[in-house]
Design a protein around this ligand. Structure first.
Ligand SMILES: C[S@@+](CC[C@H](N)C(=O)[O-])C[C@H]1O[C@@H](n2cnc3c(N)ncnc32)[C@H](O)[C@@H]1O
Length: 285
């Protein structure tokens, strides 16, 4: 038996030495994963001098070694929070990011404005299904199509859609460039988080470079290759007056607005996140 507080401090120190970006949070979250406690409960138990059982400590050690090797925490626990959902994640799929939750918010707002009894949304490049499922669960009358080209990623999406999709999310395993032609001109909202990092730009975090699939990250020489394809496809899918919500990288706002205008969109706007970084385009067909 070892005090919870001492375990968390020791793990946080090891994570700090390994260069883990959020050492205390990750130490607490690994303890949560094995005990079923919330982070608040971990803090409260540490404050009260509670102890961790020897068997928990034994099961903790291999997980800690994996995190020290900079495997993403979400691959170790097998799950990633995204808005109200806890999605299954692992090798072969992008771990959904907190900043994408904001993109989901804008798409959800647009979908809620649609007067139709069953508004339609398409998520191009769905990965775990994060955006598609956020839309389906937060707009309960919506019908959603989730398109994904990678077989590995589609397998994770299928699992999450089975669990959370409520029978209203269809997974389309195929290329966004040609997917769901039967929906052309009928979709109310297209949401997408395409790959947008220029090929030569290597992400600094080992968790990203070593574990997120390259197909999910890199968007050609200028980072805009897939954005061009996805915007063109969105223009065909959307009905007149439909909304595109597209995540992109900081500094890509002007170029993405130009791509959207050229594809026939109007009312193009760049949105920033809480750190004032350019984060997404919204545009109307
Ligand atoms: C940046 S990830 C976004 C994943 C998920 N939407 C999210 O926000 O967490 C981009 C996704 O698009 C998929 N993708 C890339 N090119 C594609 C294409 N041409 N057609 C369909 N999916 C594509 C990748 O496999 C990857 O899952």
């Amino acid at each position: 038996m070892t005090p919870v507080g001492a375990v968390v401090s020791a793990l946080a120190e090891r994570f700090q030495r390994a260069g883990v970006p959020s050492p205390v949070a990750d130490a607490e979250l690994l303890v949560c994963h094995l005990t079923g406690w919330t982070r608040g409960e971990v803090s409260a138990k540490a404050f009260m001098g509670a102890e961790l059982d020897a068997d928990v400590l034994e099961r903790l050690e291999p997980l800690v070694a994996r995190r020290e090797a900079r495997e993403p925490l979400q691959h170790i626990t097998g799950e990633a929070p995204f808005r109200a959902l806890l999605l299954a994640v692992g090798p072969g799929v992008l771990v959904p990011r907190p900043e994408t939750e904001l993109v989901a918010e804008w798409a959800i707002e647009a979908l809620r404005q649609v007067p139709a009894p069953t508004p339609r949304a398409v998520d191009l490049g769905t990965g775990t299904g994060a955006l598609a499922l956020a839309l389906a669960t937060e707009v309960p009358n919506a019908r959603v199509w989730a398109v994904e080209r990678s077989s590995d990623a589609a397998a994770w999406a299928a699992r999450n859609i089975d669990r959370f999709g409520d029978g209203r999310v269809s997974l389309i395993h195929g290329d966004a460039e040609t997917a769901v032609p039967e929906l052309d001109g009928t979709v109310d909202v297209v949401v997408t988080n395409p790959p947008y990092i220029p090929d030569a730009e290597k992400p600094a975090d080992i968790e990203v470079l070593g574990f997120d699939p390259a197909d999910a990250l890199f968007g050609g020489e200028d980072g805009l290759r897939d954005i061009r394809t996805f915007v063109t496809r969105a223009a065909a899918l959307l009905r007149p007056g439909g909304t595109l919500v597209l995540e992109h990288g900081d500094g890509q706002g002007a170029a993405v607005r130009a791509i959207a205008t050229e594809a026939g969109f109007r009312m193009t706007a760049t949105h920033t996140d809480l750190l004032h970084r350019e984060r997404a385009l919204t545009a109307v067909r």
